[in-house]
Ligand binder design. Structure first.
Ligand code: HEC
Ligand code: HEC
Length: 337
C-alpha cells in the first residue's frame, strides 16, 4: 500500500470512529431523555396521594367542621368543640359560663378534641349511644354519659340536659362520629388493648419511671402546671384535690395503662409508643396509688358480677382480694371472666 493509501485508510478509520462515537452518544442521550421522561410521569402518578392533606387511614377519622354548610349548626358544633378543648375557661373554677368542674379539660383525656387514634377518642359514641352500661345497670343516653365525666373525671356537677353547653357538646360528638354506621365501632376508637402482665403492677418501680419520664411536665407533686392566668392547666394534675375522683374511668388501672402506653409522654401515639408495656403498667399503678377526691357511688354496678376486673373497690363476685383487683396480676381473673 502506498503511503497515500495508508493515510486515506487512517482517515477513514478516524471518521468511522467519530461517527460511531456520535451514534453511541446519541443513543445514550435518547435513553437518558426516555428515562427521565419515565421518571417524571411516575412522579406525577404518585403525587396526588403524597400531597393530599391527610393520608388515607384505616382508622376512624372525624368529619371536618369546615364541611358544615348551615351557619347555625356550625356555630353550635363549633361551641361544642370549644367546650371539649377549653372546658376550664367556660366551666372550670373560674369559668365564664358556670363554675362546675375542677379545671381539667375534656381534651386532657380525649386527645385532639376526642379525635386522636387510640387517644380515648369519640369514634364509637354517635354510633353506639344510647346504650346499656353495666356501671349504672341502665340504658344511658349521651347527655347522661357526658355528665358521668363531668361528675367523675372533672370531679364536678352535671350540666342540665337542655343547657346550650350540653346541647353543643352532644352536637359536636354526634357530628364528628356520624360517619360511623349505627351499631358499629369506629376503628381505633377509645383506648387500645395492652397485654396483661403476669405479675402485679408495681407502684414503687412506677415512681422511678414517673420521676424520669413524667415529672418534667406533671411535676413530682403530680399537681401539674397552670397557665399564667391560673384559670386552666398547661400540664394537668394527675392526682390530688384538683384531679379526677376515684369513681372516674381513669382510676381503673387498665384504662390508665392503655391511655399512658399509647399517648404519654406527650407526643407518643399507638404507632410510636415510648414506654414498654411494663413501664406503662407500673407508672400507672404509681398514679393510681396516690390520693384523690372520693365520690360515693352506691348505685354503681348493681350486678356485682359485671364489675370490670380492675375496679378498685369491692364487693366482688369472685374470691380475689381488693388489692389484686386494683393492681393485678389479672391473668387468672381474666381467664375466669
Ligand atoms: C380524667 C380523664 C377524663 C376527662 C377529663 C374526661 N373524660 Fe370522658 N372518659 C374518660 C375515660 C377513661 C373514658 C372511658 C371510660 C370507660 O370506658 O370506662 C371516658 C368516656 C367518655 C365517653 C364515652 C366514650 C365511649 O366510647 O363510650 C364520653 C362521651 C365522654 N367520656 C365525654 C367526656 C366529656 C364531654 C368530658 C368533658 C366534660 C370528658 N369526657 C372528660 C376520661 C376522661
Ligand atoms: C411534655 C410534657 C408531658 C410529659 C413528659 C408527660 N405528659 Fe402527660 N400530659 C401532658 C399534657 C399536655 C396532657 C394533656 C393533653 C391535652 O390536653 O392535649 C397530659 C395528659 C395526661 C393524662 C390525662 C390527664 C389527667 O390529668 O389525668 C395522664 C394520665 C398523663 N398525662 C400521664 C402521663 C404519664 C404517666 C407520663 C409519663 C410516662 C406523662 N403523662 C408525661 C403533658 C405531658
Amino acid at each position: 500500500m502506498s503511503t497515500e493509501n495508508q493515510d486515506l485508510a487512517k482517515l477513514n478509520r478516524g471518521v468511522g470512529i467519530i461517527i460511531g462515537s456520535v451514534i453511541v452518544l446519541l443513543a445514550a442521550l435518547i435513553v437518558l431523555i426516555f428515562q427521565t421522561g419515565e421518571n417524571n410521569s411516575s412522579e406525577l402518578d404518585f403525587k396526588p396521594t403524597a400531597v393530599s392533606d391527610e393520608q388515607p387511614s384505616i382508622y376512624w377519622r372525624p368529619l371536618k367542621l369546615s364541611e358544615i354548610k348551615d351557619d347555625k349548626k356550625f356555630n353550635q358544633i363549633f361551641y361544642g368543640h370549644e367546650l371539649i378543648v377549653n372546658t376550664a375557661e367556660y366551666l372550670g373554677p373560674k369559668g365564664k359560663v358556670a363554675q362546675i368542674s375542677n379545671g381539667l379539660n375534656c381534651q386532657n383525656c380525649h386527645l385532639d378534641g376526642g379525635t386522636k387514634v387510640f387517644g380515648n377518642n369519640y369514634g364509637s359514641v354517635a354510633s353506639l349511644y344510647p346504650k346499656f352500661r353495666a356501671r349504672s345497670g341502665s340504658i344511658e343516653d349521651l347527655p347522661k354519659r357526658i355528665n358521668d365525666c363531668f361528675e367523675r373525671s372533672l370531679n364536678g356537677k352535671a350540666l342540665k340536659k337542655n343547657s346550650p353547653e350540653m346541647q353543643a357538646i352532644v352536637a359536636y360528638i354526634t357530628y364528628i362520629g356520624s360517619n360511623v354506621p349505627k351499631g358499629n365501632n369506629g376503628a381505633g376508637s377509645g383506648l387500645k388493648e395492652l397485654p396483661l402482665l403476669n405479675r402485679a403492677a408495681n407502684p414503687a418501680t412506677g415512681k422511678l419511671i414517673y420521676e424520669e419520664k413524667c415529672a418534667s411536665c406533671h411535676q413530682s407533686s403530680g399537681q401539674g402546671i397552670k397557665n399564667g392566668y391560673g384559670d386552666a392547666y398547661v400540664y394537668p394534675p394527675l392526682w390530688g384535690e384538683h384531679s379526677f375522683n376515684d369513681a372516674a374511668g381513669l382510676h381503673r388501672l387498665t384504662n390508665m395503662a392503655r391511655f399512658v402506653k399509647y399517648n404519654m409522654p406527650l407526643g407518643a401515639d399507638h404507632e410510636n409508643p415510648q414506654l414498654s408495656d411494663e413501664e406503662a403498667w407500673d407508672v400507672s399503678a404509681y398514679i393510681i396509688s396516690q390520693k384523690r377526691p372520693h365520690l360515693d357511688t352506691p348505685n354503681d354496678w348493681p350486678d356485682v358480677s359485671k364489675k370490670p376486673m380492675d375496679h378498685p373497690f369491692g364487693p366482688y363476685a369472685d374470691g380475689f382480694s381488693e388489692q389484686q383487683h386494683k393492681f393485678g396480676p389479672y391473668t387468672a381473673m381474666a381467664k375466669k371472666k
